[in-house]
Design a protein around this ligand. Structure first.
Ligand code: GRG
Length: 300
């Protein structure tokens, strides 16, 4: 059995190195304190000990098709920038209103709200700068495929759309299908993209791309379910953020609809289905199987 936490720590090193180079040197090039302030806020919201789960998926799926880490780092960091922007904006008073993220003050607490909005905007646009950069030596048509897939996953039909469904629930908000759709857009879409990205970079055939897409969808759903389960079973110290928030606000999620036991059973079923998707893929898929288990066994 692989040490997933150790593997994630290696991914964190690669991602942090790339982002440090980008945010450090770009920030340093700019004269004056104000733009530097923006870069500092962007660093606060991105170089702060996240699990780097999405970049890890990019590396592991790309590896199946023999793609090097040097090539995959661009897609890996682009998706992490989008993820970090979403967390910064989600923590704002107008959204989830959180003071803590990854165990440290949220960006609007450490700086202010305007800078947190702008730091999120900065990371969002940086993601597409990274993918379109000439130093990213992927074929131009594959870069466009990646850009299209990431914009779809993060935009109105993906994460942003899911956030709107979450913030403005309809009267049938207790409907499990609707909650699942909201979560597959809000949380699942970026996880699915992370699995697709390795296949796109590796020029995988259509069947393999589809298998990884479905694997990504299933583990994305399980990831959110695990998050809802941890929200009621884990401590704030363990999660590095406030817990029990959905319950406190009377918000409906899969655990409140299904109950803890059924939610845990559904998470297990999703993971078994995800593992089934790996059977026909090339290369050694053991690690992707272990990642699937990690999704529902993680402690934060
Ligand atoms: C503001 C446009 C916009 C979208 C926000 C993703 C999201 C949508 C909000 C985050 C709220 C949240 C806690 C969702 C649950 C699942 C999730 C995305 C958890 C955080 O991901 P991890 O566990 O976090 O990978 P780290 O910090 O390890 O990167």
């Amino acid at each position: 059995m692989t040490d997933i936490k150790g593997q994630l720590a290696k991914t964190e090193k690669k991602v942090d190195h790339f982002l440090h180079e980008l945010l450090g040197t770009e920030g340093d090039k700019i004269c004056g304190e104000r733009p530097k302030l923006l870069y500092d806020a962007m660093k606060h919201g991105s170089l702060n000990g996240g699990k780097r789960f999405r970049p890890h998926l990019v590396f592991e799926t790309g590896k199946l098709f023999g793609v090097s880490d040097e090539l995959l780092i661009h897609a890996a960091c682009a998706v992490e920038c989008i993820h970090c922007y979403s967390l910064i904006h989600d923590d704002l008073p107008a959204m989830d209103d959180d003071d803590l993220r990854r165990g440290i003050p949220t960006v609007h607490k450490a700086y202010d709200e305007a800078l947190a909005i702008l730091a999120g905007d900065g990371l969002l646009t940086l993601a597409f700068d990274i993918l379109s950069d000439e130093k990213f030596s992927l074929k131009p048509e594959l870069k466009i495929t990646l850009i299209k897939a990431l914009s779809h996953a993060s935009g109105p039909m993906g994460m942003v759309g899911g956030q709107v469904l979450d913030l403005y629930p309809e009267p049938d908000e207790g409907n499990l299908n609707r909650v699942s759709l909201m979560q597959s857009m809000k949380t699942g879409a970026l996880i699915r993209f992370s699995c697709e990205a390795g296949a796109i970079c590796g020029q995988a055939n259509a069947d393999d791309q589809k298998s990884l897409r479905t694997y990504g969808e299933l583990i994305g759903h399980a990831f959110q379910l695990a998050d809802d389960i941890l929200d009621v079973t884990a401590t704030s110290a363990q999660m590095g953020k406030e817990t029990d928030k959905d319950q406190d606000r009377g918000k409906v999620n899969q655990v409140s609809i299904l109950g803890l036991k059924k939610a845990q059973a559904l998470a297990e079923e999703l993971i078994q289905n995800a593992i089934q998707c790996l059977t026909k893929l090339p290369g050694d898929t053991t690690h992707l199987e272990e990642i699937a288990y990690f999704v529902i066994r993680r402690e934060n």
